[in-house]
Design a protein around this ligand. Structure first.
Ligand SMILES: Nc1ncnc2c1ncn2[C@@H]1O[C@H](COP(=O)(O)OP(=O)(O)OP(=O)(O)O)[C@@H](O)[C@H]1O
Length: 462
C-alpha cells in the first residue's frame, strides 16, 4: 500500500457508547477496520500516530464538539468526515455541510443508511472497500426446520397466484409475516399491504373500517373515509383473527368477495375492488363452521390454499437462529451494546415452552438485550427474566401497544385506558360480589367514579 494511502480505517467519535458499538460492529462486519473514541480530544491524540480514512463524528459531546473537530480536521486535510446527530434542525445540518462534512446522519439512523453513507464517502479513498452487507430485511421470515422449509415452499408456490390464502397457527407463530411474505413475493408487491385485526375493532366499527364511509353516514362521520379495501387496492389485504368476525360482517364480506364490489357505509357509489385476501386465524375454523359461528361459504372463499404454521415447540431447531437474530435486532434498535447467548443459555432457551410462540421468544430476547449485565447472556439471566415476566403485566401491555402501533391503530391511549378501567372494575366487582361501594373502596376510587366509568364502558360496548 502506498504511503499516501496508509490510512487506518474508520474512526468513530461519539460519547454514546451504544452508538459507537453498534456502528463499529456493523462496519467491522463489512470488513472495515474501526477505531472508537469517546471524545474529540482522544481522537486528536491518536492523530499523532495514524490518519483515518474516514471520520464519523457526533455533534454534541462533552469537550470539543463535532463541528469544531470537523473544522480542525479540514484544516489538516484529514477526511472525509460524516457528521451524525440527534439534532436534525436545519441550522445544525447546514453548519455541518458548510464546515465540509460529506454526509449527515440523523440519529437514530438505521444501519443500512449508515453503511450506504460510508460506502459513498469511501468511494474516493483508494484501497478502502466496503463489503456489501446484506442486512436481514425487517420482515424476514426465518427458519431452517423442515416445517418452516415447507412453509417457504408453499409461499413460493402460491405467492404469484391470486388465490386467497388462509394462514393458521397459534398466536405469535408468524402468521402476519407469512402474509407479508406472500405479498412481497407476488406481482402485487409494489401495491399496498394493508393489515386489519378484525378482533381488535369493535364490531359496530368493523364495517366502516373495512369498506369506509361517507360523510354523514353516522354520528361523528364528518368526512368521507376510505376503508381498508380501498386502501389495499391492487395489493393485499390481511385479515387477522378472521374467526372472530361477527356473522353479519361475514355475510357482507362474502358478498364483496363474490362480487368484487362494495358500497361505502352510507354510500351509493358502487366501488370495484381488486384485492387479494390473506386471512389468518388461531382458531379451528372448521370447528367454528360446525358450531354455526362461521359461514361455511366464506370459509371456502378464504381457505383456497392453507398454510399452517406449527407452534414453536414443534420446531425447536429454529430457536437458536431466531433467538440470535432477535437479540441482535433488539440491541440495534434500542442502541445497546451487542450481546450474545452463551452456549448453555442458548440450549436452555431452546428447551423452553413458549406458549406465546415466536413473539414470546422475541420479547424474551428484547428483555435480555436490556437487562443481562454482561455481554454474554448466561442461563442465570434467563431465570431473572422469567420472574420479572410473571409479576409484570406491563409486558402484555407493551406487547399490545407494539402491535397496535405497528398496525397504525387509532386512539391507542384511549383504548388502553378503557381496557385498564374495565379490567380493574371487573376484577374489583368480582372480588366484592358485585358490591359497587366495596369495589370502589378496594380500588381506591370514589363510588361515583366507579359508577361513571362503568356507565361509560357499558355505553361503548353497546
Ligand atoms: N419465522 C420468523 N422469523 C422471524 N421473525 C418471526 C418469525 N415468526 C414470527 N416472527 C416475529 O414474531 C412476532 C409475531 O409474529 P406475527 O405477528 O406474524 O404472529 P401472528 O401469528 O400473526 O400473531 P397473532 O396471531 O397474535 O396476531 C413478530 O414480531 C414477528 O416479526
Amino acid at each position: 500500500m502506498a504511503k499516501s494511502d496508509d490510512r487506518s480505517g474508520i474512526w468513530i467519535v461519539d460519547d454514546d457508547r451504544g452508538v459507537r458499538f453498534v456502528l463499529a460492529e456493523a462496519l467491522r462486519d463489512a470488513g472495515l477496520e474501526v477505531r472508537e473514541f469517546e471524545d474529540a480530544a482522544g481522537m486528536r491524540k491518536a492523530l499523532g500516530e495514524a490518519t483515518p480514512a474516514l471520520v464519523i463524528t457526533d455533534v454534541r459531546m462533552p469537550g470539543e464538539g463535532g463541528l469544531a473537530l470537523l473544522d480542525a480536521l479540514r484544516a489538516q486535510s484529514i477526511g472525509p468526515v460524516i457528521v451524525m446527530s440527534a439534532y436534525t434542525d436545519v441550522a445544525t445540518t447546514a453548519a455541518a455541510y458548510r464546515a465540509g462534512a460529506v454526509d449527515y446522519l440523523a440519529k437514530p439512523f438505521d444501519l443500512d443508511q449508515a453503511l450506504a453513507a460510508v460506502q459513498r464517502a469511501l468511494a474516493d479513498v483508494p484501497h478502502m472497500e466496503v463489503a456489501p452487507v446484506t442486512a436481514v430485511p425487517a420482515h424476514a421470515l426465518l427458519g431452517e426446520s423442515p416445517a418452516m422449509r415447507e412453509v417457504f415452499r408453499l409461499i413460493g408456490r402460491v405467492a404469484a397466484s391470486d388465490l386467497n390464502v388462509l394462514v393458521t397457527g397459534e398466536t405469535g407463530t408468524g402468521k402476519e409475516l407469512v402474509a407479508r411474505a406472500l405479498h412481497e413475493e407476488s406481482a402485487r408487491h409494489s401495491k399496498p399491504f394493508v393489515a386489519l385485526n378484525t378482533a381488535a375493532i369493535p364490531s359496530e366499527l368493523l364495517e366502516s373500517e373495512l369498506f369506509g364511509h361517507e360523510a354523514g353516514a353516522f354520528t361523528g362521520a364528518t368526512r368521507r373515509v376510505a376503508g381498508r379495501f380501498e386502501q389495499a387496492e391492487g395489493g393485499t389485504l390481511f385479515l387477522d383473527e378472521i374467526g372472530d368476525m361477527p356473522l353479519i360482517l361475514q355475510t357482507r364480506l362474502l358478498r364483496v368477495l363474490a362480487g368484487g364490489e362494495f358500497y361505502r357505509v352510507g354510500g351509493r357509489e358502487l366501488i370495484r375492488c381488486n384485492v387479494r385476501i390473506v386471512a389468518a386465524t388461531h382458531q379451528d375454523l372448521d370447528a367454528r363452521v360446525a358450531a354455526g359461528q362461521f359461514r361455511a361459504d366464506l370459509k371456502h372463499r378464504l381457505d383456497v390454499v392453507r398454510i399452517e404454521l406449527p407452534p414453536l415447540r414443534q420446531r425447536r431447531s429454529d430457536i437458536p437462529l431466531l433467538a440470535q437474530h432477535f437479540l441482535a435486532t433488539a440491541a440495534r434498535e434500542l442502541k445497546l451494546a451487542p450481546k450474545r447467548f452463551s452456549k448453555a443459555a442458548l440450549k436452555a432457551v431452546a428447551q423452553r415452552e413458549f406458549p406465546g410462540n415466536v413473539r414470546e421468544l422475541e420479547n424474551l430476547c428484547r428483555r435480555m438485550a436490556v437487562i443481562a449485565a454482561g455481554t454474554e447472556i448466561l442461563p442465570a439471566d434467563l431465570g431473572k427474566s422469567t420472574d420479572m415476566q410473571r409479576g409484570d403485566w406491563t409486558d402484555g401491555l407493551r406487547d399490545w401497544a407494539e402491535r397496535a402501533l405497528e398496525r397504525g391503530q387509532a386512539d391507542i391511549h384511549t383504548r388502553a385506558r378503557e381496557a385498564l378501567d374495565r379490567v380493574l372494575m371487573e376484577a374489583a366487582l368480582a372480588a366484592n360480589e358485585g358490591h359497587r361501594q366495596h369495589a370502589a373502596t378496594a380500588l381506591g376510587v370514589g363510588r361515583n367514579t366507579l359508577t361513571r366509568k362503568l356507565g361509560a364502558s357499558r355505553e361503548r360496548r353497546k
